[in-house]
Design a protein around this ligand. Structure first.
Ligand code: FES
Ligand code: FES
Length: 165
């Protein structure tokens, strides 16, 4: 009996701009951006939770706006797409927000926190003086099983005061 084994090689080459650094990667077009960031670029600060757009722990910034990287394929990026992860060292207001996070002792287990921080940075870059309602609206995308929501809100207010001080 003959067994015919056909292997489909669907790999393609992509150039990604992550944290202002170019990464040339080979991946199948439908590979979620999350796995390219973690496994090809080696940036492990972006986490996997549900894989189905529910938890938000995979949140990164896509041209400055939070997206769930488990839901977007690598083929949806271009070399011009600016992808920002928690490892960025120079993204606008990321350090300021991280300092506020430390001041308010926000994290508990920490698993959701890269998504929380990046969502907060995006909010403050668009709206440096957010109201409580603005904060609530902007932060609905990332769930925290440890319930750090009050400290997340306090840290955003602290960062906002610093920004506007
Ligand atoms: S892992 Fe992406 S939303 Fe949960
Ligand atoms: S700090 Fe533990 S899930 Fe948010």
């Amino acid at each position: 009996m003959f067994v015919l084994l056909i292997i489909f090689n669907n790999m393609a080459n992509y150039t990604l701009n992550i944290n202002n650094k170019k990464y040339k990667v080979e991946a199948e077009p439908d590979t979620p951006l999350l796995w390219v960031i973690r496994d090809k670029a080696g940036l492990k600060g972006t986490k996997f939770g549900c894989g189905a757009a529910h938890c938000g722990v995979c949140t990164v910034l896509f041209n400055g706006y939070p997206i769930k990287s488990c839901t977007i394929s690598v083929a949806a990026t271009t070399p011009e797409t600016k992808i920002t992860t928690i490892e960025s060292t120079d993204y606008k207001n990321l350090k300021l927000v991280q300092d506020a996070w430390i001041k308010e002792q926000v994290p508990q287990c920490g698993y959701c926190q890269s998504g929380q921080v990046l969502s907060a940075v995006s909010l403050l870059n668009q709206n440096p003086k957010p109201s409580n309602a603005d904060i609530d609206n902007a932060m609905t995308g990332v769930l925290c099983r440890c319930g750090t929501y009050p400290r997340v809100k306090k840290a955003i207010q602290t960062a906002s005061q610093k920004l506007n001080g």
